[in-house]
Write a protein that binds this ligand. Structure first.
Ligand SMILES: *Cc1c(COP(=O)(O)O)cnc(C)c1O
Length: 446
């Protein structure tokens, strides 16, 4: 794999600039001890790298997987950079619409769509990928409602195997997604289904997310292409497109993108050359690879202590913004970068420390026994690579409010300018999402 070294210093320089600027004001440690940040220029760079990686001979629509970062201004920024949007729930669909995506730029993949969701998506001209045979029957009953040119596909499970994180792997033998193509009878049944329905014109596959090697991803795409070709041998031209899903993994150990979008395309070209022969339009659904490196969380260190000889820094960044890491630290390790109170990279001596969050369970640790510059109260801990699936997917444990999210960009003079993308949740907001107001106490009857 060949990371793009030139992109690394720029990304790091922008982050250092933002941390320093935030330390002067936003992260006052009193009102705002923790905040999340989005690198707006980075989003443009990532989208640009994606567009550049795919050859111009193929017609490709890049649909960002909204679940990776569903903040409306983030989705809008991606739209401005030529992205479409993949959604998997009514909430994500509404977020995509709020970000300005029109139906021709939305793909609905929810694994469990209600009848009402299906009816409105089909009537609205949104592309739909069907998950199972029963959903297909439902669509049969709704197809009369569909927009003039419906974009309907079926998600197949190519059953090519699991990656290193089973929970992120969607092409195992018994995985819950799509129609398992190798199960007895399924391939024939699916071919019959396409034969009987000329409006079934897409094939969808998504092999999984973090932990899926590029070769395994390509093996799944190859199964989708072969199936589409088999349909087309019987009914020439019926399948017009392949939605290849997302799942380009992220390197959480470094600022570079590795693998890159270009690496993915190179592996696909080698292992699935027919994808590029011009017979098919392509939809991609990259999520984490576009956004992970374009966001970070920063928190003041509130206190430090030692316990059993272990030095521990108590911060405001924990499970509420990084649930995956705190619950499954082996599979989801994150880097922790240390800055001094002024927002400059710390020069303190290295020491083995734990970096703990604010939640009331012992596993609420961002880092355990990690060699880091010695942390002191008022220092800043910065957790990079959290722009996808982290602060945008909050965990409400302990009723911790969602921190504010700021976009950052350098202005003409190189000064860092922050834009509010999501306001800090207030304590009143927390109460208002905590159930209905209590009824007045019943007056005792006499
Ligand atoms: C989650 C998901 C994606 C995006 O996965 P990433 O690993 O973020 O690229 C794409 N398509 C589908 C159907 C998904 O469920």
């Amino acid at each position: 794999m060949h990371p793009t070294p030139s992109a690394v210093p720029a990304r790091r320089t922008r982050r250092d600039g933002a941390v320093h600027a935030a330390a002067q004001g936003l992260l006052d440690g009193l009102e705002t001890p923790v905040a999340a940040f989005v690198d707006l220029a980075g989003i443009g760079e990532s989208a640009q790298a994606l567009h550049a990686a795919w050859p111009s001979e193929v017609e490709v629509l890049h649909a960002f997987a909204a679940k990776a970062n569903p903040l409306v201004p983030v989705l809008a920024q991606l739209r401005r950079h030529g992205m479409a949007c993949e959604v998997s729930s009514p909430g994500e669909l509404a977020q995509a619409r709020a970000a300005g995506f029109t139906p021709d730029g939305i793909v609905l993949d929810s694994p469990v769509k209600t009848l009402a969701e299906l009816a409105s998506a089909l009537a609205g001209g949104i592309a739909v990928n069907i998950d199972n045979f029963e959903e297909l029957e439902r669509v049969d009953g709704l197809i009369g409602l569909a927009a003039a040119v419906p974009r309907i596909g079926i998600r197949i499970n190519p059953q090519v195997g699991l990656g290193s994180i089973e929970a992120m792997s969607t092409a195992g033998r018994t995985t819950k997604f799509g129609i398992a193509l190798q199960d007895p009878g399924h391939r024939e049944r699916l071919l019959d289904a396409y034969r009987a329905r000329p409006w079934l014109r897409w094939v969808h596959v998504h092999v999984g997310s973090q932990g899926i090697p590029l070769e395994l991803n390509a093996a799944g795409v190859a199964v989708a292409v072969e199936f589409a070709q088999e349909v087309n041998r019987q009914r020439p031209g019926q399948v017009v497109g392949i939605d290849i899903g997302g799942g380009l993994p992220v390197d959480f150990t470094d600022d570079a993108d590795s693998p890159t979008f270009a690496d993915h395309v190179a592996v696909l070209k080698q292992l699935v050359p027919d994808l590029f022969d011009g017979s098919f339009r392509i939809v991609t659904e990259y999520g984490r690879a576009l956004m992970a490196k374009n966001g970070f969380v920063a928190s003041r260190v509130e206190y430090t202590k030692t316990s059993g000889g272990r030095r521990i820094a108590l911060t405001h960044v924990g499970a509420q913004v990084a649930a995956r890491t705190t619950f499954d630290p082996q599979r989801w390790p994150l880097r922790v970068l240390v800055y001094d109170g002024d927002g400059r990279p710390s020069g303190a001596d290295q020491e083995v420390q734990d970096v703990a969050g604010p939640c009331c369970f012992a596993g609420d640790l961002l880092a355990k026994e990690r060699l880091l510059p010695r942390l002191s109260p008022g220092d800043l801990v910065v957790v990079p690579d959290t722009g996808a699936y982290y602060f945008s997917s909050p965990f409400h444990y302990n009723s911790l409010p969602m921190p504010p999210v700021y976009g950052f960009e350098a202005d003409g003079d190189g000064e860092v300018r922050f834009t509010l993308l999501r306001a800090a949740e207030t304590i009143d907001d927390v109460v208002s999402r905590s159930g209905v107001a209590p009824l007045p106490s019943p007056v005792a009857a006499r």
